[in-house]
Design a protein around this ligand. Structure first.
Ligand code: NDP
Length: 397
């Protein structure tokens, strides 16, 4: 019996539930739990395989423990928000259940992206014979696995890494984010850091722009350098990496709206007094922006997320580009979600399959690049996200 408990019934939770249901060779029972149970029920109603639902406040460890004892899953897939990572890990330790997530823990009051809090659980998970797999989405997640593949198969030593994430799709809204607006805006407005010369180099948010010519008809787009959490684990676990940068496309329209929202204080994450109440402007902004789940039927176009690894093979300089292209409308036809949720939810389900089948199972707390990339990529491809490997030359970014 490989029962899974999925926590979080947003855009990503919907895709994870659909994909786990499609993999009934591995997942013999599925429970979907979230703060608002009606959202779980709406998702369960879309799926032929029986999906149980429950209400849980994942900030509350005793509530989580009670749910885990009742449902007795082998694995928890956490696709709630990064704020809940530690409480869910605590509950998993208490009951003795494996854990997987797609985003590293963040405290509510500071947009601080680092693995330190979750890596600190290493001994506790190992001693209990339990496993936690961190960051099993696309980026982090598949980008870590692509980097491991480049470093193991295509290069003898990887020296420079560029992770490049393009959303070449459009939803036709004046301003909306493709996943949880609060998490998205915290990430995008945080100071940029990249790895170079053995340390982190900080530059102002979105201050470095390049153009990159994306494959398969997408063409040139502006990309902006920003901090992204997978760089922290990759430079630790693949120490030959001398320079690591993360790049993302943003439309001029998105950047214009974001600048205004920042200038007027709407992206603040500290509390302000409003009509006798305390509110956090960014949380209020989330409430008035379109729900990313509602963008599914509106979004057209493609995503292209990949990595360029540059280094040495057989004594010669070599470069490899590994990427996936995903089509928003095809995703919507399959699972009622656009490609951003799809590219996150499918790798979460595949990470779960790797753990439950024992292909990737070791007690402790692990990042994706610490395992053999090939079985993961094989299953990922079968489940909807194939990848392309191109050896060639790309301009330095
Ligand atoms: P959504 O905001 O759409 O969904 C989040 C869900 O979590 C909602 O159903 C919400 O419930 C639920 N939730 C929030 N707080 C709690 C709580 N205290 N207890 C129980 N449930 C709670 O987010 P997304 O689906 O877009 O994103 C989910 C996760 O995926 C995020 O952590 C995000 O950072 C990560 N992500 C990772 C990516 C990657 O490639 N690695 C890319 C994109 C996202 P309610 O409906 O009541 O608000």
């Amino acid at each position: 019996m490989s029962k899974v408990l999925i926590i979080g019934a947003g855009g990503v939770g919907r895709v994870v539930a659909h994909k786990c249901a499609q993999a009934s060779d591995v997942f013999t029972g599925i429970t979907l739990a979230s703060r608002t149970e009606s959202k779980c029920k709406a998702i369960a109603a879309e799926i032929k395989f029986p999906v149980k639902t429950a209400r849980v406040d994942a900030d509350n460890v005793p509530e989580l423990v009670a749910l885990l004892k009742k449902e007795q899953p082998k694995l928890v897939i956490n696709v709630a928000l990064p704020y809940q990572d530690l409480s869910i890990m605590d509950a998993c330790l208490e009951v003795g259940v494996d854990y997987l997530d797609t985003a590293n823990y963040e405290p509510l009051d500071t947009a601080k992206f680092e693995y330190s809090w979750q890596w600190a659980y290493q001994d506790r998970f190992r001693e209990k014979g339990l496993m936690a797999l961190l960051g099993s989405g696309f980026d982090p997640g598949v980008t870590n696995v692509f980097t491991a593949l480049a470093a193991r198969k295509y290069l003898d030593e990887i020296h420079e890494l560029d992770i490049i994430d393009a959303n070449a799709g459009s939803h036709g809204q004046p301003f909306a984010t493709n996943f949880n607006p609060e998490i998205n805006i915290r990430e995008v407005t945080a100071p940029c850091r990249h790895w170079e010369g053995g340390g982190w180099v900080e530059t102002p948010a979105l201050s470095t722009r390049r153009s990159f010519d994306f494959p398969e008809g997408i063409g040139p787009m502006n990309i902006y350098r920003m901090y992204h959490e997978e760089m922290e684990s990759l430079v630790k676990h693949i120490p030959t990496i001398r320079k690591a940068q993360f790049w993302m496309t943003f439309s001029d329209n998105y950047l214009k709206h974001l600048e205004v929202l920042q200038n007027v204080g709407m992206t603040r994450i500290d509390e302000v007094e409003f009509q006798g109440m305390k509110i956090v402007p960014l949380q209020f902004l989330k409430a008035v922006l379109p729900d990313p789940g509602s963008l599914g039927p509106l979004t057209k176009g493609k995503t292209c997320i990949g990595i360029i690894g540059r280094g040495i093979k057989d004594g010669k300089r070599k470069q490899v580009y590994i990427y996936n292209i995903c089509d928003h409308e095809e995703c919507y036809r399959e699972v009622n979600s656009q490609a951003i949720s799809y590219t996150t939810g499918v790798p979460a389900a595949v990470g779960g399959i790797m753990m439950l089948t024992g292909r990737w199972h070791k007690p402790g707390v692990w990042n994706m690049e610490q395992f053999d990339p090939e079985p993961f990529l094989e299953r990922l491809s079968v489940m909807g996200l194939p990848h392309v490997v191109v050896e060639g030359e790309w301009p330095e970014l």
